[in-house]
Design a protein. Sequence first.
Lengths: 136, 60
Amino acid sequence: MARIVLTNAFISVGGVDLSSLVSSVSLSSSYDVVETTAFSSSASKTRVAGLVDNSITLEFHQDYATSQVEQTIYPLLGTLATVIVKPNGGTTSAFNPSYTCSAVISEWTPVNGAVGELASASVSWPVSGAITKAVV
Amino acid sequence: MAYTVISDREVCGKKKGESITDKELVDAGVSAEALIAANHIKASNTAQPSIKPAIEGVTN
């Protein structure tokens, strides 16, 4: 399998394809590490994986026009929204898996940027529950 | 309940002008209220055209 450069990632928030207004995406999972060390002859710590904490980080190009970023995200604030991410906008497959999760829209920066900069909004939303990976 | 996509952006894979049902939105786990508030969809006009009953003795 070839390396991939992200140029056409797919990002849908609340059912709306916002791919062309997102410049960065990061979907991450991190497991708690629970220690299980007990008396033994190995003299080494032992551990198991605990609860998983999933989150999604996005960088939006802000756009206040009809049906664009601001109008899409603002009504979702404080709610759970379905987020779908794919490395490529093409058909879902084993080489272009689809990741679906229910994100808590817990933060939003409607206005963000310095003079001369592109208005943007960076968010990191915790995921409620698991991330579902689909390959078909 | 059916809705029409009015957004320039794809909504649950549907393009502008296409129809989407409540079931499709529920299956996709998305909120119809939020999509309406964001001007992505609008309720389709499902009202039937009213047909007035014919009145006896009246001719057109």
